[in-house]
Design a protein around this ligand. Structure first.
Ligand code: NAD
Length: 282
């Protein structure tokens, strides 16, 4: 029986990641030993394309599993033996479990956002939803939203090609009429008839301050969900709360994706409410 766990995170610029603390605190509560190391490709001075070498080394050194983040979520796939259905549908992996000599890829960003949304915005109307941002986080969130039952999702991005690629992938998976793409400049027109706004661009982080859409486009009956979690209260959420919108911050997605990965690494049931409480003092 495994009595201790060795895990980690592969990505670039991951020094400030909250994942080590989230996983190790949760392990302490279970009375198990779990080490969570950051394997930063920038610090290791290797290319993102070398992620296979890190996976191989981690496996060789007895890691139980690793999380994967930007820019390796797609690149890692060819180095794995198997993909769980959600990861295969999305074409991106954020969790790899080494088990019985095999490396299996999962995507807990999708399940993480879905759980956060169900917890934080229960009964929110989901007839028509606008999402800003079609990058890595945006793809996971969009798949989660359509899985949750959003009738029609419009994805807007300053790079309209990215929005189109994501909408096409969503249409292949969920069928015609569920997803559409547009330019970020169409936000006013699209939001006028929307039930909710999901924000999945870096705007609102310290390095990208400001609002992703003019505050005048918000109205009290529009719910607003942000995936940015540093800070937990972005300028967008502050404006939305000020006018009375129901809101969801990005902390829930960060915690639930970690909790799902913890369950995959250890087989133990995470205390998600305690992990959410941890987030506020990390
Ligand atoms: P990314 O670079 O892969 O994608 C960002 C996308 O947003 C790009 O396609 C870009 O063209 C688009 N964009 C930028 N500004 C825009 C604007 N004003 N209007 C419309 N589109 C715009 O980045 P990512 O990995 O998807 O990360 C996005 C954010 O999500 C980051 O702040 C990251 O920290 C956060 N994130 C949160 C979680 C979580 O668990 N809560 C998980 C992953 C990422």
């Amino acid at each position: 029986m495994t009595t201790s766990y060795l895990t980690g995170l592969i990505g670039s610029g991951i020094g400030p990641s909250l994942s080590p603390a989230l996983h190790e605190r949760e392990a302490d509560r279970h009375g198990i030993r779990l080490l969570y190391r950051t394997l930063d490709i920038h610090t290791l001075d290797v290319e993102p394309e070398d992620v296979g070498d890190i996976i191989h080394a981690a496996r060789f050194l007895g890691f139980d599993g690793v999380n994967i983040t930007h820019p390796c979520k797609q690149l890692v796939i060819e180095h794995l033996d198997e993909l769980a259905p959600e990861a295969a549908e999305l074409g991106a992996v954020n969790t790899v479990v080494f088990q019985d000599g095999r490396a299996v890829g999962h995507n807990t960003d999708v399940t993480g956002f879905a759980q956060s949304f169900a917890r934080g915005l229960p009964d929110a109307p989901t007839r028509d939803v606008v999402q800003l941002g079609a990058g890595g986080a945006g793809a996971a969130v969009a798949h989660a939203l359509l899985t949750l039952g959003v009738d029609r999702l419009t994805v807007l991005d300053t790079d309209s090609g990215r929005a189109r690629t994501l909408a096409d992938a969503l249409t292949r998976r969920f069928g015609p009429g569920r997803a559409a793409a547009g330019f970020a400049a169409e936000a006013a027109e699209r939001l006028a008839r929307a039930d909710g706004l999901v924000h999945a661009t870096p705007t609102g982080m310290a390095a990208h301050p400001g609002l992703p859409v003019p505050a005048a486009l918000l109205r009290p009956d529009l719910w607003v969900a942000d995936v940015v979690y540093r800070p937990l209260e972005t300028a967008l959420l502050r404006e939305a709360r000020a006018i009375g919108c129901r809101t969801l911050d990005g902390g829930g997605m960060a915690v639930f994706q970690a909790a799902d990965a913890f369950r995959l690494f250890t087989g133990l049931e995470p205390h998600t409410e305690r992990m959410l409480a941890d987030l506020t003092d990390l």
